[in-house]
Write a protein that binds this ligand. Sequence first.
Ligand SMILES: C[S@@+](CC[C@H](N)C(=O)[O-])C[C@H]1O[C@@H](n2cnc3c(N)ncnc32)[C@H](O)[C@@H]1O
Length: 336
Amino acid sequence: MVQVLDSPPSSPHIPVLLTPILNAVEPVHGRWLDGTFGAGGYTRALLDAGADCVYAIDRDPEVFERAKHWADEYGDRLVLIKGTFGQLDKLVAEHGGVPLDGIVLDIGVSSMQIDQAERGFSFMQDGPLDMRMSQNGMTAADVVNSADEAALADILYLYGEERASRRIARRIVEARKTTPIKTTKQLCEIVEAALPRAKPGQVHPATRSFQALRIVVNDELGELVRGLVAAEAVLATGGILAVVTFHSLEDRIVKRFIQTRSEQARSNRYAPEIAATSPQFEKVTKKAIGPTEAELVDNPRSRSAKLRLARRTSAPAGTIDAKALGLPAFDYTRLN
Ligand SMILES: C[S@@+](CC[C@H](N)C(=O)[O-])C[C@H]1O[C@@H](n2cnc3c(N)ncnc32)[C@H](O)[C@@H]1O
């Protein structure tokens, strides 16, 4: 059972790139969706800035327990929904919230999740090799102990951009023959032993492998694509889409989505079947927005954050090819 926390957590999550989001949508009004509620930093800021209502989704049941001590302040202006933002269209429609005036997605894990050793996200602390944001389904230990060597190598390469993926996969398979890999420390040591020691300024050798496993356990990139497609379906004309990402695989998907959805689709002699359609979004800023020096000082975890913003047009929502958005083609049935 989830423990109810009466007081704020000791290491609260500091909202990232919140000021540029609020500046882009001034004045904040209407119905918003926060697809990654976490510690509620964006949700509270949107409500305090004038949103009539915020539908707040998170897949981690624990975040709602943590919000208990303040959520009532906002009465029925705040609707808490447990689920994944890949289904945000259905979830919000069930609560009568469609169409929406804005959607914010702050992709990834929260500081609270990383800092709790028992959630298994961090190689800096020993804990069970879990990594499930939703606290159900397949764990990272399940993947590491049951996937075949080729599937493990593909996961590390596609989702961690790990060049030594084959070497690490081989070491994992060798190690698990004698002892099942159950903890973050065990996995960290296997990866460290397979790679040269990090030079000053380089990331810890286990960073990429942990990222890859977290992405696959939570199907993070699949969720992102589904969330963007769903956002297009439920945003009102003029509605804002704001997405904050933390690594290149995520940012590539958001960048391509906004790029392709803000271009006029035209048929040509190579693709005559494409009907000319008006774009579904227009870019709010040409480039991604990163943290300011001041934000970096306050919150070093913002260093790799990128914000992309787009405004919904009145064009009807269309269909989208996930592969064209750069979604790595890993076949999840290889893990069954
Ligand atoms: C970076 S934190 C968000 C922090 C939040 N913006 C704040 O200011 O407190 C990401 C949160 O999104 C949740 N999350 C990640 N992927 C999700 C998904 N596909 N659906 C729903 N929630 C998700 C995580 O459980 C985590 O609580």
